[in-house]
Design a protein around this ligand. Structure first.
Ligand SMILES: O=C(O)CCC(=O)C(=O)O
Ligand SMILES: [Fe+2]
Length: 207
């Protein structure tokens, strides 16, 4: 477990959370506290949040967390065996995309958003490996609201490592990370307030 007090401001050189088979960089705070509060409120009120639907073995289930998907174009995006159509960027999302692109040096054309109303909502072990996602493309994850633990597990060695994602922080997963590692947001009874997560991604437009 990393102690985030050591790097609570934006890092000049981000810390790599995994030591092999991919790169996961924790940049610390990209958005200062007060501004992050404003973004949390704006995102809560302006994003078209909907309960997520997943198709598990032919059965459509509705998840507790809410999601939304925004992009440059009205791409169709398939995950959890369900196809969704992207909405056009909001001003807040475009501004955040720019900040993330400047901080990471990567460009993104879409953003998947998650709203967890409290610690009882989380996300199970998975990798972000949908076929229409650019292979080995960077994924930039911005967090607002409740600080939550985020964990990685290597698919072969089963090694796990975790960190806490702070309000306003940026985490980047890139290289072969999705091929070799799973990640999850474990549920916890300790957190009673909401968290918003944005993952900026690159959809392969030729797909
Ligand atoms: O909420 C998070 O921090 C992670 C979300 C995630 O892994 C995903 O949307 O694929
Ligand atoms: Fe993910």
């Amino acid at each position: 477990m990393y102690n985030m007090d050591l790097f609570s401001d934006l890092e000049d050189s981000p810390i790599n959370i995994i030591n092999y088979d991919g790169v996961v960089e924790y940049h610390g705070l990209l958005i200062p506290f007060e501004e992050a509060n404003d973004y949390f409120d704006a995102l809560l009120n302006t994003i078209q949040w909907k309960h997520d639907q997943a198709n598990i073995l032919g059965e459509v289930i509705v998840t507790k967390r809410k999601v939304a998907w925004y992009a440059n174009e009205s791409f169709n995006y398939t995950y959890s065996n369900m196809t969704k159509v992207a909405l056009p960027w909001t001003p807040e999302l475009l501004a955040l995309k720019k900040r993330v692109e400047e901080a990471t040096g990567h460009q993104f054309n879409s953003c998947l958003l998650n709203l967890y109303s409290n610690g009882e909502e989380g996300m199970a072990w998975h990798h972000d490996g949908e076929t229409d996602l650019q292979k080995n493309g960077a994924i930039a994850s911005l967090s607002f609201g409740a600080e939550r633990k985020f964990s990685f597990k290597h698919k072969v060695s089963q090694e796990t490592t975790s960190l806490f994602l702070q309000h306003g922080s940026l985490l980047v997963m890139k290289g072969e990370t999705q091929t070799h590692w799973l990640h999850r947001l474990p549920p916890t009874k300790k957190v009673t307030t909401a968290r918003i997560n944005l993952t900026f991604r690159t959809i392969d437009q030729n797909y």
